[in-house]
Write a protein that binds this ligand. Structure first.
Ligand code: ZN
Length: 70
């Protein structure tokens, strides 16, 4: 088994089960591809706040009681 080293950070990296080979990590692979790719990965997460204002309590005054007095 030949020891593999990351071409970027020169740290020992594993080949088996390594999706970022020959790099040691995704970060090294992205950095090697270029900063543009790195920025591509850094997607600004939109702060999606689940506003519960939509589910406003719609108070329906349905007071229609059918009273059948027979
Ligand atoms: Zn590396």
């Amino acid at each position: 088994m030949a020891g593999m080293t990351c071409p970027l950070c020169h740290q020992p990296s594993t080949w088996k089960g390594n999706p970022w080979r020959p790099f040691c990590s995704e970060r090294c692979q992205v950095t090697d591809l270029g900063t543009w790719a790195a920025e591509h990965y850094r997607i600004p997460g939109p702060t999606l706040t689940m506003d519960t204002s939509l589910s406003d309590s719609l108070e329906r005054d349905d007071d229609t009681e059918e009273q059948q007095n027979h």
